[in-house]
Design a protein around this ligand. Structure first.
Ligand code: ARG
Length: 460
């Protein structure tokens, strides 16, 4: 018995292993809903073009909707012998309504069908992901607002550099994620064109109306070249590129959260519900969620490389290689959704340990630059000021005291220009408040940034 969908020219059945090897229904049934959505649009268009009668169209659509319900209810039997989601659904349609079902595939190929389905599927997922990303950003802005005045050490080289506010640090995360959101929207916009009508590769001889199917499916327009339409997987690569950069950002955030929860930093507390314990060490509370997010960055980066490698050197137009685009794409979608959900739930529940952050900022001479700037304002050249402060810091290290903990007389050993007002700039609060310009760490600026962020999020 040869295959019912294309067995006409074959004289023996497909090898049982080859059948399994070439099948995709195990994973592409994931976009059954979008496959049916595409078929309904195609049938509607065929009727308007006079290729199907109104009755045939209506029967096809009603039956496809019934099948969609059965699939959603888990009552559909998928068959490996029918290879993929497209042939499974089409053959069930024909089983139910006979000859009319066989007419659905007129003027269409699985090549433009699958290209349409993945775009519809990914577009739906992008909308969910955009929503989760926005929810995470809202959580970050909310926390930043509450922590606009909270002082912590800022780092370069992971060495104490200058005091910053915790809110400012959080708003840096917000900026990374805003660029990710822009990339996601760019991807959505570029992919939102309808390949339907490209058929196998060259188009079709039927009087089809590609504008109509594009419109029915919510695409901006039909794609412009049939060969490109069936072979283009840029959108999948672009989506994985977005995901790899997003996860790179989230892995950086994770790394900081993990450091901050350690006894050595002790900057924040994560709620117990986002942590796990140890089966041997009773004291342990491990930051598993950020650790896993950091770890999952690896698989997402891997999927991006898989897709780039999959597409490399493929000649036009469709090649079966393209069936390999699905599993990396699906796993990327799932991973991104889960990571965003975990972070969107967890971030607003972070408890900053303000005293501990402040004490950490008191160590490491975080206000040394402020002292140098102070001396410049007193007429000393910056390089000389740098030298003077360097000596003061060396003295502080020897004494085990911060600059703000020295007496005026002690500071004056290094420069006669230092007077009582120096203590205004040596405080942590004075230091952050002085960086009061666009993008600076002053609490005023952080509050302004959160106001702007709320506006940006509301306009999405
Ligand atoms: N399952 C196939 C895929 O995922 C659908 C397209 C098959 N087309 C073909 N000519 N074999 O790409």
């Amino acid at each position: 018995n040869t295959n019912s969908q294309w067995g006409g020219r074959f004289s023996e059945a497909t090898d049982a292993f080859v059948q399994r090897f070439t099948a995709s229904v195990m994973f592409d049934q994931r976009f059954a809903k979008q496959d049916i959505q595409g078929s309904i649009a195609h049938a509607t268009m065929l009727a308007s073009a006079g290729v199907l009668s109104e009755d045939e169209k209506n029967l096809i659509i009603t039956t496809l909707n019934d099948i969609a319900q059965d699939i959603a209810a888990g009552k559909f039997e998928w068959s490996i012998a029918l290879e993929d989601v497209h042939m499974n659904i089409e053959s069930e349609l024909t089983r139910r309504i006979g000859i009319t079902g066989k007419k659905l595939h007129t003027g269409r190929s699985r090549n433009d069908q699958v290209a349409t389905d993945i775009r519809l599927y990914l577009r739906d997922e992008i909308d969910v992901i955009a929503h989760e990303l926005t929810r995470l950003q809202q959580g970050i802005v909310g926390l930043a607002e509450r922590e606009a005045d909270t002082i912590m050490p800022g780092f370069t080289h992971l060495q104490t550099a200058q005091p910053v506010t915790f809110g400012h640090h959080l708003m840096a995360w917000y900026e990374m994620l805003s660029r990710d959101f822009g990339r996601l929207m760019g991807c959505r916009k570029r992919m939102n064109y309808s390949p339907l009508g490209a058929a196998a590769l060259a188009g079709t001889t039927y009087p089809i109306n590609r504008e109509l199917t594009a419109e029915l499916l919510g695409f901006s327009a039909p794609t412009r070249n049939s060969l490109d339409s069936v072979s283009d997987r840029d959108f999948a690569i672009e989506f994985c590129g977005f995901a790899a950069i997003l996860l790179t950002h989230m892995s950086r955030m994770s790394e900081e959260l993990i450091l901050w929860t350690s006894a050595q930093f002790d900057f924040i507390d994560l709620p117990d519900r986002f942590c796990t314990g140890s089966s041997i060490m009773p004291q342990k509370k491990n930051p598993d969620v950020p650790e896993l997010v950091r770890g999952k960055t690896g698989r997402v980066n891997g999927h991006l490389v898989s897709l780039l490698t999959l597409m490399k050197s493929q000649p036009l137009a469709y090649n079966k290689d393209n069936q390999e685009d699905k599993e990396p794409l699906f796993d990327t979608v799932d991973t991104v959704r889960d990571c965003l959900r975990a972070f969107a739930d967890m971030i607003p529940a972070i408890t900053p340990k303000k005293d501990s952050m402040r004490n950490a900022a008191m160590r490491g001479f975080a206000t040394a630059t402020d002292l140098a700037d102070y001396l410049v304002r007193k007429g000393i050249a910056f390089r000389d000021a740098h030298e003077i402060v360097g000596k003061s810091v060396a003295f502080g290290i020897e004494q085990g005291r911060d600059l703000s903990e020295m007496t005026l007389a002690e500071l004056q050993q290094f420069s006669a220009e230092i007077t009582q007002d120096v203590f205004d700039v040596l405080t942590l609060e004075g230091s952050v408040a002085a960086r009061d310009h666009i993008g600076g760490t002053a609490p005023n600026q952080v509050r302004l940034a959160t106001v702007n962020a709320h506006k940006e999020l509301a306009a999405r």
